[in-house]
Design a protein around this ligand. Structure first.
Ligand code: PEP
Length: 251
């Protein structure tokens, strides 16, 4: 049975006071007895240490939004996997569409980060997804195929079940436009079929595939009810405790 994972990507929002407030609110509202998913928060890097203190002894896991693939060195502005581990991270978002489009990250770089995260004991939340133009010109499947083939190059069959894949159609991120449950399920099924061809069906059936793109309390249950949707990567709606909790409790 795959475990559903609800992860909140805070992006570049929340100072320390805001982070304390948000985490306190999430902790207070989390119904621990009926929780049937893993919950992860991914605050900005400067808030990770504080967040780690607050989520200790709670069911909330901690993740970062990015990292570099070297352990240390002259890489101004970057953060390494050992540094993330040292502040209590168990997860790291890699290849988010904002990293790909705004910061020019390519599959090859993202692949190095995925390999490093796995080697360091961090769970990569590996993001893929097509742009609106790619969907409209009918290349969604081939775009996703390339992102998976290149991004997961060298990931072993043993390690693939430690990867969380997040399918995030770029046209649905931060736009309020959600993929319909059927549109999302169609691509999730395709991703699982690809993983099955690469690693066998037993492994593919164990991989958590999250959906991301304007997930909110109103659409969460229907999306999460699809057979191949194993959770959500949530942006805007994770910045308020009430809406993040409503998505968690929709599982
Ligand atoms: C995201 O940042 O990964 C995301 C899905 O954002 P939003 O939920 O705001 O669309």
């Amino acid at each position: 049975m795959r475990k559903k994972v609800i992860a909140g990507n805070w992006k570049m929002y929340m100072d320390i006071a805001g982070a304390v407030n948000l985490i306190t609110g999430i902790k207070a509202g989390l119904n621990k007895d009926s929780l049937n998913c893993d919950v992860v928060i991914c605050p900005p890097a400067v808030n990770l240490e504080t967040a780690n203190e607050l989520v200790k002894n709670s069911p909330i896991g901690l993740g970062a939004q990015n990292m570099y693939f070297e352990d240390q060195g002259a890489f101004t502005g970057e953060i390494s996997a050992p540094m993330l581990k040292a502040v209590g991270c168990g997860y790291v978002i890699l290849g988010h569409s904002e990293r790909r489009t705004i910061f020019g990250e390519k599959d090859e770089l993202i692949n190095k980060k995925v390999i490093k995260a796995l080697a360091s004991g961090l769970t990569p939340i590996f993001c893929i997804g097509e742009t609106l133009e790619e969907r409209e010109n009918g290349t969604t499947f081939s775009v996703v195929k390339t992102q998976i083939t290149e991004g997961l190059k060298g990931v072993s069959a043993d390690d693939i079940t430690k990867v969380i894949v997040a399918y995030e159609p770029v046209w649905a991120i931060g736009t309020g436009k959600t993929a319909s449950p059927e549109q999302a399920q169609e691509v999730h099924k395709y991703i699982r079929t690809m993983l099955s061809e690469m690693y066998g069906s037993d492994k593919a059936d164990s991989v958590t595939i999250q959906y991301g793109g304007s997930v909110k309390p109103e659409n969460a249950a229907e999306l999460l009810g699809q057979p191949d949707i194993d959770g959500a990567l949530v942006g805007g709606a994770c910045l308020k405790a009430d809406s993040f909790l409503a998505i968690i409790h929709a599982v």
